[in-house]
Design a binder for this molecule. Structure first.
Ligand SMILES: Cc1cc2nc3c(=O)[nH]c(=O)nc-3n(C[C@H](O)[C@H](O)[C@H](O)COP(=O)(O)O)c2cc1C
Length: 204
């Protein structure tokens, strides 16, 4: 497999925050591409108690969905708790929402939820991707279904209260994952070169 020669025990940590499973599916698709590139990957759900062991990971990907204009609190908490480490490794932020159905919203600077999240956390990920999620009316409770119908009506989307539509551009997700994988591999190689140079400089 390409990149296998530099694989080691440290992994890329991929955390997802998902209510109806769509962000989890996206995180899994990202993981497949990273593994294809020869990286070791750990995928896990993000919760309020998630803590990162920096010694075990060479990068962090966050795949988080929007719910009523906000991301899970756990995402803010995680970035705050691990800011110094997060800024020292290649990071990927993938936000999932229905507003990203519109191509112009997929530019992070045009996507208000992503912009707000980055501003609030003062985080500057190595790579930011805004991805369209899915509509799954049959899974929603009465309240959520009514709200989503209203939102979709206002946004000019499918408001029938029955449809299941996957708006995700999976090719784009996979391409973004490959780009992120390259970043992680480049970073890993650079670190190994620095370590080797430091070792050679040691007095014998
Ligand atoms: C209750 C609920 C609220 C949502 N609120 C928003 C929203 O405010 N803005 C938006 O763009 N999408 C919103 N969405 C769309 C979700 O982000 C989208 O369906 C996503 O695919 C959900 O991913 P998940 O299953 O991983 O949570 C909402 C979806 C639900 C079910």
């Amino acid at each position: 497999m390409p990149g296998e020669e530099i694989a080691d025990h440290k992994s890329v940590l991929l955390l997802y925050s998902s209510r109806f499973g769509h962000s989890r599916k996206i995180a899994d698709a990202v993981a497949v591409e990273l593994m294809r590139a020869g990286l070791t990957v750990e995928v896990a759900g993000l919760t309020q108690t998630t803590r990162i062991d920096p010694g075990r990971h060479i990068g962090l990907g966050l795949v988080i969905s929007v719910r009523y204009g906000h991301f899970a609190r756990a995402a803010y908490k995680l970035v705050k708790a691990h800011k110094a480490w997060i800024e020292s490794v290649p990071t990927l932020l993938m936000t999932i929402s229905l507003t990203a159905r519109k191509p112009e919203k997929r530019d992070p600077t045009n996507h208000v939820y992503t912009r707000k999240f980055l501003k609030k956390t003062a985080w500057c990920p190595s790579q930011t991707e805004v991805v369209a999620g899915s509509l799954q009316y049959p899974l929603y409770n009465v309240f959520d279904r009514a709200c989503i119908r209203l939102i979709m009506l206002m946004m000019g989307g499918e408001a029938d209260g029955r449809s299941e539509i996957d708006y995700t551009d999976w090719d784009r997700v996979r391409a973004a994952a490959r780009e992120y994988g390259e970043r992680c591999l480049r970073n890993k190689r650079a670190k190994k070169t620095i370590e080797a140079a430091a070792y050679q400089r040691q007095p014998r």
